[in-house]
Write a protein that binds this ligand. Sequence first.
Ligand SMILES: Cc1ncc(COP(=O)(O)O)c(C=O)c1O
Length: 376
Amino acid sequence: MTQPPHEDLGRFAATSPQPKPGILDIVAYKPGKASAEGVADPVKLSANENILGCSEKARAAFGEAAFQLNLYPDGRANALRAAIADRYRIEPERIVMGTGTDEIFQIVNQTFLENGDNIVQGEYGFGAYAIGARACGGEVRYAPEPGYRIDVGELMAQVDERTRVVFIANPANPTGTFITEGEVRRLAAELPPSVVLVLDGAYAEFCTDPRYTDGLDLARDAGNVIVTHTFSKLHGLAALRVGWAYCPAPIAAAMDRIRLPFNVSIPAQHAAIAALADEDFQRRSIAHVERWRPWLTQQLGGLGLEVVPSGANFVLVKLPTAPGKTAPEAEAFLASRGLLVRGVGNYGLPDHVRLTIGLEEHNRAMIEALGEFLGR
Ligand SMILES: Cc1ncc(COP(=O)(O)O)c(C=O)c1O
């Protein structure tokens, strides 16, 4: 049986325990669709997962860990932190591990926000930042993103004396756009040193433009910059929930105090170590995106659709507003053809859909189906 939406679970009676003010105003995170009615085996292109799967070596390491299910994991994930530190040439003691980077964002908010403080993010910013901030009694301030891009001046215009954290995903979700190293450095330089800057690099490895940086170099010597990475995208381990943050040492020490003590499981730690070592799988994943991202962009453009230039493993596409051709109708039509994409109305983009770059046959089927939908 499917879970009813939260709204159906019942209302709080006046005499029952009441959630803190603001909790019931939070709109829960909406994951990408994983099924379509009447379609046996749809292709999920709605959650920006790795379409190539994951490293075989990671799968084997996960399997071996099945013999340790009775044990608690190493709460500090020391072997995994050492492997990350080695690979990225960073200090292991400055790494905080999370149950996915989603948990890292929660921990950042819990560490820094008091009632009445605020976070600043782009107007199309990734939904998880705001949920965590609101749960801590924080306000969320949205900066306009002209041309679907983070704009440093607009972000800075939202920062005030109650701002504790600025969150940006670079490349961003759901837009796919990125800001350059110069822009990231300008933002870091203009922010007051008391404000934390979180650079979310969930899609960093797919952004091969030479002007791009994930910010690790900048973070090395900054007292207020946190860079996050995940094993969910490049490494294809979304199911295992492993993410990490590179933080200034005192911030890492503070965050480590409040994270769940055993937040990365043994199978997840082992698989992540193996995934990190499998550079061949990583290269193939990046090459696949580099091969099909321009193809999809060009083909979608050929259908007369506006495509936002992407530095990630997905593209954002604008649909017409004419009845019969709208984004929700396109989403439903594609689902009926077994292609699950993501409507992004909840991000303030009601005319757009977001498509994860698929295998060759998925990408070709997508263009064919959209052509049919649009009558082209
Ligand atoms: C921008 C961005 N950051 C973070 C995440 C979450 O990653 P994780 O699986 O590590 O929680 C996502 C997932 O879609 C994302 O799009």
